[in-house]
Structures are given as C-alpha cells and as structure tokens.
Design a binder for this molecule. Sequence first.
Ligand code: ZN
Length: 428
Amino acid sequence: MKIYRARVFTPISDPFAGNAAGSYRSHDDGFVAVGDDGRIAATGAWGDQPAGGEIIDLGHDVLLSPGFIDTHLHAPQLEMIGSYGGHLLEWLNRYTFPTEAKFSDAEHAARVARALYDELLRNGTLCALIFSTIHPRATEIFFEEAERRGFRGIIGKTMMDRNAPEFLLETPRDSYDQSRALLKAWHGRGLLRYAVTPRFAPTSTPELLELAGDLKREFPDVWVHSHISENPHEVAWVHELFPEAEYADVYDQYGLLGPKTVLAHGVHLTAEEIDLLSRRGARIAHCPNSNLFLGSGLFRLQAMLGAGVIVGLGSDIGAGTTPSMFNAMSDAYKVQQVQGIALSPFHLWYLATLGGARALSLESETGSLEKGKSADMIALDLRATPLVAMRSARASSLEDLLAGLIFMGDDRAVKQAWIAGRSVWSAH
Ligand SMILES: [Zn+2]
C-alpha cells in the first residue's frame, strides 16, 4: 500500500441537489491510501492513516483531487485548435473536414495520438469521451496509445455518410461493420470502452442512424456519443433533413437515446426535447469554451439540471481552445455569470470530476477520492506559478483556494497524475 500525504479535496455528491456544504470532503492535512490493486483503501485526516504502507509526503503545498474528466473531445482536431472565424457549419467545412482527412495516414494518427494523451495527462484529465475520425486504423491507434499510457477512455469511430466531402464519407454498411469490429476488439479491454459515434444528424442518413441503433441494441453496454443543437443553423438544417421530427426525436427514433448516450452541447434544445432527454436518461456534455469560440450560444444549465438531465463538462477540442478542464470550469462559470447565475467552486469542481463521471456512467469506478474507487487522482501545486502561489497564500477558505485554481490554474499546476494507482504523468 502507498499512503499519499497532502491536502485532500474531493466532491462526494451532487452540490446542485441542494446541500453544497455536504457535497465534498476536505482535509487540510490528509491522506489517500492506495492499495496494490490500484484502488483507494482509505482517505482521511493525517493521523488516521492505516498502519504500514509506504508514506509519500507530497507536502502542504499540494492538493490531491480526483482527476478531471472531459466528457467530449475530438482527438483528430488537436492540431487545429484556434482555427478562427466562422460558425459551426462553415468551420466544419473550412477546417475540420480537411484536418480529419489526414487521418487516413496511420503515421499522422500516431503522432497526434501521442500528443493528445501528453496534453490530456499534463492537464490532469485522466478520463475522456473521445471522437476519432471515420478511419478504423486511426481509431485503433487512439485506443492503442490510450492503452499504452494507462488512460481511461471511451472512444469511437466517427460514422458519417452524407453532407461532407467525398473523402470523408462511407457507406452505412461499412460504417457499421468497421464500428462493430472496433467495438468487439476494444470495448471492456482494461480501462477502455467503446462509443457508437455518429457525428451528428446532418451527416447521417436514416439508414446510417438505423445501423448505429442496431449496434447499440446488439451491444447494450456500449456508449452512444454524438452532438445535438449546438447552433441555430444546424437545428434548422436538421428540420429540413428530418422534417417529421425535432432534433432529439431523430436520435430517439433510432434507439440512440439512453443513459449511456452523451450528446455534446444542447444549447438550443426546446423544453420538450429536454424533457425527452430526461425521460430517456441521456446526458449532455456542456462545452462552454467551444460554445463561446464558435459563437454557438449560452448553455442553460439550470433548465437542463432542473429537468433532471445529468451534465458533464467537455473541452470539445478543437472548437474548444484548450484541453484544460480548469479552463472548462472557468468558462462554465462565465457562461452562467452572464445569465445571472453564480456557480460556486464546489459546483464547478464537481462538474469537472464526479459530475463528469456520472455523465459517463462511470461514477462507481472514478470521479472522487472514496474508498473502493480506482485511484485516479492529481496532485495540484498550490505554488505552481508566482501568481498562483500569491493567490493560494491569501485564500481565506477552501472555497477561495479552489476559486484561485479554477481561474488561474493550468497545466503548470498539475504536478503528478495517477490512474488506477499508477503514475501516468509527472512534471519532473
Ligand atoms: Zn464536438
């Protein structure tokens, strides 16, 4: 057993459910004991640590937190972050599709995969729901590299068969067959899981969605990952393509809405659609940085949570301009702030950790530092930069300390990271 001594902070329940003060545990001088099986054996105040085991004293300037969870990102878009100008549909055509076409080249895919997991781990993101491209080999490479790094990922091959350049289209049958083969090879292998991943309704024929639904019926345990109602032009286009239904109904008709469905954005959903998502148990990945970058709109968090829809935070690389979940928390705060709602650091940290785990249906495994869960944790340096050190030193409370990290933290604050007890990143 290894016993890590440091400040410890972890969400343990949903602060949006009412009792924010009781939604976390914190120890100014605490410990996390990690068993040889990679699971948390105990946490608590220093002095109550179990006897025996190797003690690793991280010091009082280190805060142990659950690792961050990114509920939506596009692996192939890492290198096109910051491609500016244009709203969603122009942006896809101008930048995204040409970038994704390059992933027919396995060497290119391998280069980007290595860079991706470097960036995620460096930023303290230890679990993510990930889009690949339509290419089966590139998708396999994103799985292989995740496995090599010990990363906890849910990954899927993008499915698309219309309304994109010819070089990124596939037949519905090929898309189904290739997705199925990847699913069989990777779903449930170590920390890796598979997501059936139709890009979004506009690039899918009814036939493709039907086959995606078939896959989900055949393998009910897998995830479904897509986009919904990001941009008003996109919503209008879906009405043209599927005149018989609202956007959410399109996915529902093909059996694609359920508790393991994670849809990115949901900025422009109607009350009826939100209600449908709630009844089906589908989850929303809120990506505030991306929504601001593409000018998509302001997410109505209260409406979503009020209807009982579970929400996680996503970076949405590459429309999001950084993999940092500090930034996702900071932008989530600002998006609510301009709508007159002030989220506390406890609410924000929950969304980036345990809330994300709930959004991905992984809360029994990860998302908090609690006995029995996988030791997926990050050591944050409260003196990461001169300014962070100054801010941390004057923090009047835990809440204030977390706020300083949320608004000024970045990859420099992540000193070390462990997944399932194994060190996967160290700043030294
Ligand atoms: Zn996206």
